[in-house]
Design a protein around this ligand. Structure first.
Ligand code: DC
Length: 220
């Protein structure tokens, strides 16, 4: 029996891939995996437990003990709603810092695979196409200029009532881009066979439509 199809959408932070991926999943009636949320959950849990971000062994052990659940767009950690708590810049930076460790990445491997269920999965992250689902039927690398992404993140945070400075956000995301792209394990890259979608000047709807069209062609 063949495995359910996967659409892998990778890209740098704040490129809009989360929004695009979840809308594509909705349109197709597919499941959705926000793999960045998993790294953010490890960041939050380890900060709460006082585990140092450099202690890769302890971080690896911590992962299987986490009680994670996704329900109606909300994310729970050990029964607590952490949907907003994992979205802060601090947690994003911490997630990027601990994501360099093979111990953390391999501890999250099976959990990510468990999202692959019928009728299909849209998975977003950094290494969905290259490492986690190399057999994805469609691989998309969704990107935008750093300035466009910083502005997106700024608007998101302000809309949530979280104060932010555009200059700091731009610096943070450039720091994360550099680390996510240069790490030895599963770096952010355009996977073999991936289609690049430059979304700086596209609306969300246009980006979603492009991915859906590519998917239809891929399965035709
Ligand atoms: O997509 P995001 O900004 O929520 O991801 C937070 C961090 O997690 C990101 O800076 C790098 C890491 N990450 C990763 O290494 N691999 C993934 N598949 C997803 C996220």
């Amino acid at each position: 029996m063949s495995l359910p199809p996967v659409i892998a959408i990778d890209g740098p932070t704040a490129s809009g891939k989360g929004t695009v991926a979840s809308l594509v999943a909705q349109q197709l009636g597919f499941h959705y995996l926000d793999s960045g949320a998993l790294y953010r959950l490890v960041a939050l849990a380890s900060a709460k437990q006082g585990v140092e971000v450099k202690n890769s062994t302890k971080l690896g052990f911590l992962v299987p003990k986490l009680l994670i659940s996704f329900k109606n767009g909300q994310i729970f950690l050990d029964g607590e709603d952490v949907t907003d708590a994992i979205r802060t810049e601090n947690i994003g930076l911490r997630a990027s810092a601990l994501a360099i460790y093979a111990e953390v990445r391999s501890a999250l491997f099976d959990l990510q695979h468990s999202f692959r269920q019928t009728p299909g999965l849209v998975a977003d992250g950094r290494d969905m196409a290259s490492v986690i689902f190399p057999d994805a039927v469609l691989k998309v690398f969704l990107t935008a200029t750093a300035a466009a992404r910083a502005e997106r993140r700024y608007k998101q945070l302000i809309a949530k009532g979280i104060s932010a400075r555009l200059k700091d956000l731009l610096q943070d995301l450039q720091e994360r881009d550099a680390r996510d792209s240069s790490r030895g394990t599963a770096p952010l890259l355009v996977a073999d066979g991936a289609k690049v979608l430059e979304a700086s000047n596209l609306t969300i709807d246009q980006a979603v439509k492009t991915v859906l069209d590519w998917y239809q062609s891929a399965i035709a």
